[in-house]
Structures are given as structure tokens and as C-alpha cells.
Design a protein around this ligand. Structure first.
Ligand code: PHE
Length: 342
């Protein structure tokens, strides 16, 4: 019975497709769906079947009847020239625009930085997120058991025994690329390396286990702290889109000598003091310094000939300042109502 019905449906649809004019359509409709039509006849025959089957077949027949009626209406519209002329549809209206994508706040900040450094002749490099203990620490003048390793809480990764390559770590900073870049490209050298870094850290509004840095390295003859501070001021002003002041304080990183912390004048209060800068007028943004001779040696170059500056800037902190975001975890939260604001 069901097969019979389905076959009938196919038949009718084929006939509709072949119909050439409205008149034959109407004849078809009467032939199949009319009071004495063939579908109606099948439904009448239902009195002979069991109660259970009646229910199933009845449902199917009704469905088919509806489908076919709709097909007839549609075909009729085509013949009467009414197709697409639904009076409530104004074809001159602009189409519905799809939702447009947009960049993540971190990407916006990163693109500004890359543009700035490319304009100054820097290479932009990528580095591995899973790094060897050697490049992450030892080559940066932080030998095993050096207390400076405690400054960066590290995710160590167990290497697969057969291919042991020494200890592996999720890189705790982008600085390992200083040595890799020196080894690959030699000097003079100008590179920036943006990338994701990882620390085994309890999270709060200002700390996360995963965040972004941009490393910078400029190596040549006679590079000095004056070059470094000039670049830092220009870089921060370029990203923030306003002229900013910087101040430098001594800072300790084993891979630079001397080492600096670079602060920028608070973008919210202009240096007057506000809750964002803890009333100091300054925001801590960058670790930097002149590249340590041991690091230049690890890079295969002669520290007697070459000197350079290096810096690492946290992109999350920068994005938070630029866009007034008060919790670093929002940046990786994949929370659309938050992200759609940018
Ligand atoms: N790698 C350091 C950090 O993550 C920052 C830094 C980079 C300091 C380069 C000096 C020179 O804290």
C-alpha cells in the first residue's frame, strides 16, 4: 500500500514537470486529487486494512496529498507568470548583509606592531611553541639549576624515550628565537618574533597560563641603550596611536646586560595617576636590555664585534590597555558577546 502511494506521488510529480500549460495542470489535479481522483480512491480503500496500518498509511497519504497540492500551486505560479512576484518582496531593496567577521583584539595589536617593524626593515619570524630546554634557558645564559629558572614557572614535557632530544618545555617566552635567529641569519640582524608562550601559573585578572609576546632583536656594530629606548618609545606610540613617554628602570634577565624594565606613561590618565596605573602614572610593559655576550656567542657570533638590544613585550597587556579590557582571561575565553565588541 505504501509503495503504491509513493509510486503514485512520483507519477504525479513527473506529470507536473511535463505539463505545458495551466489547463492540463488543472486536469491532472482533478485526475489525482479530485473527489473522484486516484489518491482519493486509494484512501477510500483503507477500510479494508487493519487499524494499525490504517494509521500509518493514512498519515502518508495525507502527507503526499499536501506535497502534491503544493507542487500544483508552485507549477501554477510558473504558468501564470506570478513566480517570484510575491507582492511583499521588493527586489529593489538591498540584500540582507551577512554578519561580518572582525579581528581579535590581540590580532589588531599584533598587526600594528608587525607593520611598524616591517617599515623599519625587520624580519617577522615564527618559532616553535614546544621548545628545547637548551634554547628556552641554557642558550640564554640560564644554565640548569640556575635560580633564574624559577622566575618562569614552566610546563616541562616528557619526550618520547626513543627519540630523546633532551628536556622539552612549552616555551616560557619568545626569547629562544634570539639565538635561533642569530644561528640562522647571522649579523647584522633585525627580527621580531610574535608568538604564544606558556607558564605554569595560577590565573587571575592579570595572569594566564597562555599569552602572547613579541620578541625583538637588533644586532649590529655599536648598538646602544639609546637605540633601544628610542625604538621602545616609537613602538609604543605607534601601537597606541598617540605620543607616549617611557621610563626605564633596572631589571634582571640573565640574557641581557644591562637589563631594563620599560614603562609607558598611562594611556588612561596621561601620567597623572589613576586606578589603572595604581596612581603611579606608569604601566610596566616591556622587558629589555643589551644582549648578553654569552647569548651572542650561543648564536655563533662574536660579541667583540657585534652588540645588540633585545626586548619582549606582552601583547595581552597591550591589548588590554588599548581596548580597556580588565581581565586577561577574556582574551582566550571565546566568549562571543565579548569578542563582538571589537
Ligand atoms: N623574555 C623576557 C620575559 O619573558 C622578556 C625579555 C626579552 C627581557 C628580551 C629582556 C630581553 O620576561
Amino acid at each position: 500500500m505504501q509503495n503504491h502511494l509513493l509510486k503514485l506521488k512520483e507519477q504525479v510529480l513527473a506529470a507536473i514537470a511535463e505539463a505545458r500549460e495551466g489547463k492540463s495542470l488543472r486536469a491532472l489535479e482533478i485526475e489525482y486529487l479530485g473527489r473522484k481522483g486516484r489518491l482519493t480512491a486509494i484512501l477510500r480503500g483503507l477500510s479494508d486494512v487493519s487499524e494499525q496500518e490504517k494509521k500509518i498509511v493514512g498519515q502518508l497519504a495525507n502527507q503526499i496529498k499536501n506535497d502534491l497540492s503544493a507542487a500544483f500551486r508552485q507549477a501554477e505560479e510558473v504558468f501564470s507568470g506570478q513566480a517570484g512576484k510575491n507582492p511583499s518582496f521588493d527586489v529593489t531593496l538591498p540584500g540582507q548583509a551577512g554578519a561580518r567577521g572582525h579581528f581579535h583584539p590581540l590580532t589588531i595589536v599584533l598587526e600594528k606592531l608587525e607593520k611598524f617593524f616591517i617599515s623599519l626593515g625587520f624580519l617577522v619570524l615564527d618559532g616553535p611553541e614546544l621548545e628545547s630546554d637548551y634554547y628556552n634557558f641554557t642558550a640564554l645564559n640560564i644554565p640548569p639549576f640556575h635560580p633564574a629558572r624559577d622566575m618562569q614557572d614552566t610546563f616541562y614535557v616528557q619526550p618520547i624515550a626513543q627519540q630523546a632530544v633532551g628536556q622539552l618545555v612549552m616555551r616560557t617566552h619568545t626569547s629562544p628565537m634570539q639565538v635561533r635567529a642569530m644561528q640562522k641569519y647571522g649579523a647584522p640582524l633585525r627580527v621580531v618574533v610574535p608568538g604564544r608562550v606558556f607558564r605554569f601559573e595560577a590565573t587571575d585578572t592579570r595572569h594566564d597560563t597562555t599569552f602572547y609576546q613579541l620578541e625583538g632583536l637588533m644586532l649590529d656594530r655599536d648598538i646602544s641603550l639609546a637605540n633601544l629606548t628610542a625604538f621602545m618609545k616609537l613602538m609604543l606610540s605607534a601601537v597606541m596611536g598617540q605620543e607616549l613617554n617611557i621610563r626605564v628602570r633596572p631589571g634582571y634577565f640573565p640574557f641581557v646586560e644591562p637589563g631594563l624594565e620599560v614603562d609607558m606613561s598611562c594611556v588612561l590618565c596621561g601620567g597623572q595617576g589613576c586606578p589603572s596605573c595604581k596612581q603611579t602614572g606608569w604601566l610596566e610593559m616591556i622587558g629589555a636590555g643589551l644582549v648578553h655576550p654569552e647569548v651572542i656567542k650561543a648564536g655563533g657570533l662574536d660579541p667583540e664585534i657585534y652588540s645588540g638590544f633585545a626586548f619582549g613585550i606582552g601583547l595581552d597587556r597591550l591589548a588590554m590597555m588599548k581596548f580597556g579590557i580588565n581581565d586577561i582571561r577574556l582574551l582566550r575565553g571565546a566568549h562571543l558577546p565579548f569578542l563582538e565588541q571589537f
